[in-house]
Design a protein around this ligand. Structure first.
Ligand code: ATP
Ligand code: MG
Length: 294
């Protein structure tokens, strides 16, 4: 497996979103040439094994964060990549507009209650990063957050980046490994996918007029994404910009990166102590004797 390192946003390096091509397939000409199906199946199997070890090891948790424009394929990528994992070892949370109760707290409050336990993989479908994305594009949302006025000034985004970095560092230092994915779809591919939602009756339910209206803010979104990616990609919580125009490639790349992240954690099955070994031996004897008696 190659962990698609070229998609990482390197900390403290100049970063331009325009340099990343949403249609990139890392040199593979087609799904077939990339053996995408087989690789994906292999990746999913490997992920299943690693997740079992992670669970048995019970030291690390893994948090995967997904951010994207609408129709980039967050839901289906999460579904595919996690498809082999024991559901008891994985928790997926989707973050929508905050409720009235959530707005009565700081913005990390709702996140804290959804963090994965040791041994588990947590997936955030959107996250506290919305606080430096949609909230930055639509100023009215910030106004509704009920922050004391003296705390809202031009520095607020810088402050949020700083706080998020500190929060993620804290998590990492307490045994939650983090990986963040921006599924990078082009405006044209999004248009095609919205049209498909109109054309195909089974996809109609996914269509939302407000998603189409949000396209008017495309350039603003790209600018805030770029700033966020540049300022919050760190050694302990890196961002990966995954080209999302080809779904087969996106899924393969995400699976690959999740696998290599888990491998780095080196989850091990607990070693059996001498005492435990004796206990197992005694249990075996008792069971075998039962059979002999029958
Ligand atoms: P899908 O459309 O595939 O069901 P989705 O993630 O787009 O999934 P929606 O219910 O359509 O879900 O949208 C959720 C909306 O909530 C998004 O527009 C997102 O920007 C918004 N949102 C999420 N977190 C916040 C936040 N902290 N403040 C304001 N808006 C937020
Ligand atoms: Mg939506």
């Amino acid at each position: 497996m190659t962990a698609f390192k070229q998609f990482r946003v390197e900390p403290d390096q100049k970063f331009r979103l325009k340099d990343r091509d949403p249609a990139d397939t890392a040199g593979f000409k087609s799904k077939k040439e990339a053996n995408a199906k087989e690789r994906q199946a292999e990746g999913i199997e490997r992920l299943r094994e690693l997740q079992e070890r992670l669970y048995a090891y019970d030291r690390w948790a893994l948090l995967l964060i997904f951010q994207a424009m609408d129709a980039a394929g967050k839901d289906s990528t999460i579904e595919h990549v996690m498809s082999g994992v024991n559901p008891q070892g994985c928790q997926v949370y989707s973050f929508k507009q905050p409720s009235a109760e959530e707005l009565d707290h700081d913005y990390l409050w709702r996140t804290n209650r959804c963090l994965p336990e040791r041994g588990r993989i947590g997936v955030f479908n959107r996250s506290y990063y919305e606080e430096v994305l949609v909230v930055r594009v639509h100023k009215g949302i910030l106004a509704a957050e009920k922050l004391p006025v003296e705390l809202v000034d031009a520095d607020i985004w810088k402050q949020r980046f700083k706080d998020i970095n500190a929060f993620e560092r804290y998590l990492a230092q307490n045994g939650t490994a983090l990986v963040k994915f921006f599924l990078h779809v082009s405006k044209e591919e999004q248009r095609r996918r919205f049209l498909a939602r109109l054309d195909e009756p089974q996809k109609n339910w996914k269509f939302s007029l407000s998603d189409v209206k949000e396209r008017e803010h495309w350039e603003e979104y790209m600018a805030v994404y770029e700033d966020m990616l540049a300022r919050t990609s760190t050694e302990h919580a890196p961002w990966y910009v995954i080209p999302a125009d080809h779904k087969w490639f996106m899924r393969m790349a995400v699976a690959d990166i999740v696998v290599s992240t888990l491998e780095k954690l080196k989850p091990e099955y607990p070693t059996i102590t001498e005492e435990k070994r004796r206990e197992l031996e005694a249990a075996r004897k008792a069971l075998e004797q039962e059979e002999a008696k029958a």
